[in-house]
Each structure stands twice: as C-alpha cells, then as structure tokens.
Design a protein. Structure first.
Length: 487
C-alpha cells in the first residue's frame, strides 16, 4: 500500500473547477496581443486585452494535453516521468544570491557558485533533474538566462528545469538545447529540458508569458505553468479561493498552449503562497503554503494532468532548525501528494537565496520522503510468524537469513550528514559542519562526462558569439581548449 495525502474531496474539486471555468469567462483573462487572434479564431470573445474563454473550448484544450511524458538525459535515455503519482525533485531556480559557506551571509551568486551546485546535484541521486538554480552576476544581465543553462548542460547529464527571462531570449535557449541534443528534431523527440512559464496574478498572461507558451508548444518542448497566487494579496485570502484562481490561470494558459499546438506537453504547476499580513512577506515554509501546493496539485491530478509544485524551501536567512523544519515538512507532504516534480531544494530566505549546504541536507529529507511513499511491503510469505518459528522467544532476529537478505530493502540508510552515532566525520560541528564536509566530498568525487566533441565545439562557438555581442570576454565557469587557444 502506498500512502497518500489529499486535502480535497471530489465534491470540492468539482466546485473549484466550476468556479475556475466561470472566472475565465467572467471577468475573463487578460491576454497579450500575441495570442488574441489565436483565441478569437477558436471562439473566445476578446475585447481589448480581455479574453472570455468558453468552458467548452477550455475543456477541449484540457482533453488534448498528454497525460504523461518523459524528460531525457544527455545520452537520450528517459530520466524523469511526468504523470501518475511519480515523484521527482530538483533544486530551486533563479536565485540571485548564494549563502556563503564561510560567512553564512548572502552574497551575489557567480558562475563558479552555479558550477559547484550543479556538480553537487549531479552526484546526488535524490535529484532526478537539475535546475538553472542561480543567476550568474559575473555575466551581462542580457544573457543571464541562457548562460546559466549553458553551465548546467556543460556539467550535467540530467534533465533540466529552466526558463527564459524574455520572449526574445527563449529562442536562444532553444537553440542552445538543440546544439547539445543533436538538432531541433532530436530535441523535440527527446526533450532535455522543461521551461517554467509564469502568469501574472491575477489572471494575466503577459506578452512574455503568452509568447513563451505559444513558442514552446510549437517547438514541442515541454512547458510548466508556474501559477503564483498570493492568498490575501493577489488572490482571495481563503486557501480554497486561491486554489480556484490557480486553476483558472492554469486552464487559461493550457488553452492558449494547446490552441498553438494540440498535444504539446504541458504541466499543471505552481508556486502559490500565503501573504503574511504582519510582515508583507510570502512565506514558502508556511504550512498553509504547503497546503496550497497540495490542493492545487490535487486539482491537476483530478484532471489527469502532470503536476509540479514549489516546496522544500525554508524562510530563515541561515541554515537552522526553522529552515530545515519547514523544508522537511513540505518535502514529505509533496511526496505523499504524488506531485510529479517538486522544485525548491536548497532555497531559503523566501526563495531569495540558495545554499549548497542546504541542498545536501534537503537531499536527506528527499530520500526519507521517497522511502515513505514506498510504503509497507510484504516481502515474506508470512508477516512475522515464520520468523518467530525460527527464533522463538529468544529474539535473535539478527541471526536470520531473512534479516540479512531484507534489511537493506526495508531500511533507508542516510549519509553521515544525519547523526546516528556512527564514527564522526572529524570534529562534529553539527549538521552544518557535516553538510560542508559532504559538499567537499561530493565535489572531489565529481567527474565531468564530456559531450560529443562536435557538439561541444558548437556550444562553445555559440556561447562565444552570443556573449561577444554583449561584451562578455571568455566564458566564466567553463574550461575548454578552444578558450585556452583563444587566449
């Protein structure tokens, strides 16, 4: 039996969807000129920048969404399955800052920081995918989105959760992915990345977001809607009201996406949160935020769609009991909810900062959550009586053949980050000290696997050309013979 966590019953989900369909008709959805003709031709009433989408049109779009799809690793093997109750995790995305491991203070993230994080995440099996986790402050802002993707592709074989910073730059990212994948058709057939696309709450598909949705659909590269209602600020204060708004934003986005290319892969995802009325902050570690994630995902699962959520994050500014309590709590809830991709590991300070040390601690929470959803198995013919027949009341279960055969399947063994009384990793400086040592061990064992030479050369030439256009000299974070020769 696999344990499962649900917040909403069928009757409430149907009421949520009923009101969501009402919202996309009245007051409607604000849309960009880029998609007005697409919507009008399909039968939506568009006046100015407000589209009123009929329920029949929206339901037709929902019906055309693939119920499952795969992301692929560099070798072309399926690595991440979106669909059903499969659960995967990836680091959080788009941080401007990193928590310096020595000072425990945030500072602007650099290319070298992203490289370290990618290498650590590559060595952690708990993360099925990478993310473009940080914005590199040592490269021009105009190329920040594709440059972070370049570093991830350079150092990782895992699939990538990414996103563009503008409508125009999306095609630069797609071109880079096509170079690494072996062409546009190869990328379409075996997508290496999925792109987050965010509507603006409430019910607003901007020019940037609208164009990304359409262009990703036509490119055949998966899109992941990241709807972000803030309960009490940019969404109704009630949790259920915010879930309705989330559903309306996802349904309207899916309608735009599927009108551009029926059958293109897309994910019902989000990063909802409550709005703290005392501080004006959006606490990602709050229990109500986790409840929003679970509820929003449950609506998507009810429709049979692939799902995503932003969890495993803490709100404190340092790695402490609060941050890890918040992160661990939402990790378990997201896994029990069967959310297909859970983003956010490594993040703290209301998603403003990344920490590699927190990432390896979060990996332990992820491993425990993964063990939890395996549930209780029955690997022996009897549950316990046969073992008692061998031991009687002496209790010498350590001597049994079944014990030796099954203990590794029944028990999860964490790394030495978790203190279980094993020989210490040097002088014990608490979990943070153990995490620092774990990071260094993972970095020491990392070995980059080279990309096919012709593809690698093409990626370097592409990056040098695009970088030169904005005044970037060299490629920070990348060592390559072509760069050495140029010097």
């Amino acid at each position: 039996m696999r344990p499962k966590f649900e917040l909403l019953d069928k009757e409430l989900i149907e009421r949520i969807l009923e009101e969501a369909f009402q919202l996309i008709q009245e007051p409607g959805v604000r849309v960009a000129p880029y998609v007005v003709d697409l919507l009008r031709e399909a039968g939506a009433n568009v006046e100015g920048d407000i589209a009123r989408i009929p329920q029949a049109l929206a339901r037709k779009a929902l019906d055309s969404v693939p119920r499952e799809f795969w992301l692929y690793d560099r070798s072309g093997k399926p690595a991440v399955h979106y669909g059903g109750d499969n659960v995967h995790f990836d680091p959080g995305s788009s941080c401007l800052n990193i928590l310096d491991p020595e000072t425990q203070l945030p500072r602007p993230a650099m290319s070298a920081d992203l490289v370290r994080l990618v290498q650590v995440a590559e060595m952690l099996p708990q993360f099925a995918a990478q993310s473009t986790a940080m914005v590199c402050n040592d490269v021009p802002q105009e190329i920040g989105d594709w440059y972070r993707l370049l570093l991830v592709l350079w150092y990782s074989e895992k699939p990538v959760v990414t996103g563009a910073f503008s409508a125009a730059s999306l095609h630069t990212l797609l071109d880079l992915l096509a170079l690494e994948s072996g062409g546009v058709d190869a990328l379409r057939q075996r997508p290496r990345a999925i792109f987050d696309v965010c509507p603006s709450p409430p019910l607003n598909w901007s020019e940037f977001a609208s164009q990304n949705m359409v262009d990703l659909a036509r490119a055949g590269v998966p899109a992941e809607i990241v709807s972000m209602p803030l309960a009490g600020a940019t969404a109704p204060v009630t949790l259920v009201g915010s879930i309705v708004q989330h559903a309306a934003e996802c349904i309207s986005g899916i309608t735009i996406h599927q009108l551009a290319q029926p059958g293109a892969p897309i994910v019902w995802g989000g990063a909802p949160a409550i709005f703290d009325m005392r501080s004006g902050k959006t606490p990602m570690g709050a229990i109500e935020t986790a409840m929003l994630d679970v509820g929003c995902a449950q609506v998507g699962k009810y429709l049979g769609l692939p799902t995503h959520a932003y969890m495993v994050a803490g709100d404190g500014r340092v790695i402490d009991a609060q941050v890890e309590m918040e992160s661990g709590m939402s990790t378990v809830l997201g896994a029990l909810a069967g959310i297909n991709m859970i983003s956010g590991a490594g993040m703290l300070d209301f998603l403003a900062c990344h920490s590699i040390e927190k990432l390896v601690i979060d990996a332990e929470a992820v491993a425990s959550a993964q063990r939890l959803i395996e549930g209780v198995q029955t690997p022996t013919q009897t549950l316990a009586t046969a073992m008692f027949a061998q031991t009687g009341l002496h209790g010498d279960f350590l001597k049994l053949k079944d014990t030796r055969a099954l203990f590794r399947k029944e028990q999860h063994f964490p790394s030495q980050i978790i203190d279980r009384g094993l020989p210490s990793m040097g002088e014990d400086a608490g979990i943070l000290g153990r995490a620092r040592q774990r990071v260094e061990e993972l970095l020491a064992s990392y070995q980059r696997k080279e990309i096919a030479p012709e593809r690698e050369q093409s990626m370097v030439a592409f990056a040098l050309r695009e970088g030169k256009a904005v005044g970037l000299a060299g490629l920070p974070g990348i060592v390559h013979e072509q760069l050495v020769a140029d010097k």
